[in-house]
Design a protein around this ligand. Sequence first.
Ligand SMILES: *Cc1c(COP(=O)(O)O)cnc(C)c1O
Length: 223
Amino acid sequence: MNSLHERFSSIKNRIERASHAVGRPDGSVVLIAVSKRQTIEAMAQLASLGQRDFGESYLQEALDKQSALADQPVGASIVWHFIGPIQSNKTRGIAENFSWVHSVDRPKIAQRLNDQRPIELPPLNVLIEVNIDGEASKSGVLPEQLPGMVDIFQNLPRLKLMGLMAIPAPGSSDGFCRLAALNARLESPLPVLSMGMSDDFEAAIAAGSTHVRVGSALFGPRQ
Ligand SMILES: *Cc1c(COP(=O)(O)O)cnc(C)c1O
């Protein structure tokens, strides 16, 4: 299992198997290829194999890759997801160049993304990042802050609130289930749960993940 092609097939098979194991249909889990600190060549190869969704964590690196891939036929089909921490001075670049943002963690960032989303583009799909284990080192709203954060989106027409994202603490066995339960308790549960990475995406799928973010298991170690 060392070529990109083989790893891609293997990850897709594991996603289908994990989905079937809990009675979920084919195609109910979206694979996001996390390409931060991976090469443009590997991304282009994966795109030519049919991968559509790519996740990036650093704005400038992502913009460089977007312009490099724009020159290639596969580039136009890519759907870009921003998954990293967001500083206020990066919101414009994100609002203008991505289809999805997984890491909205405070009202100010949501407001800026809304105000800066270009009018000629469809509303930006956003997920609220939840600090599901209340770790001091992690960003994200605390579980008890979530309903208040959800309400803010009623007044942000350029954003489409689609769901929740979390990165449970290492060894947190039920973080995925707790995120799913938190969503189920919202007044209107959201359709997307972005959870699961290279080491734990099968457990995340068992708990209801709709979008898994897989980097190193797909591309190999980051540079
Ligand atoms: C880097 C990253 C990933 C992918 O991590 P792997 O362990 O390489 O699969 C997923 N989600 C976020 C938010 C990341 O920053």
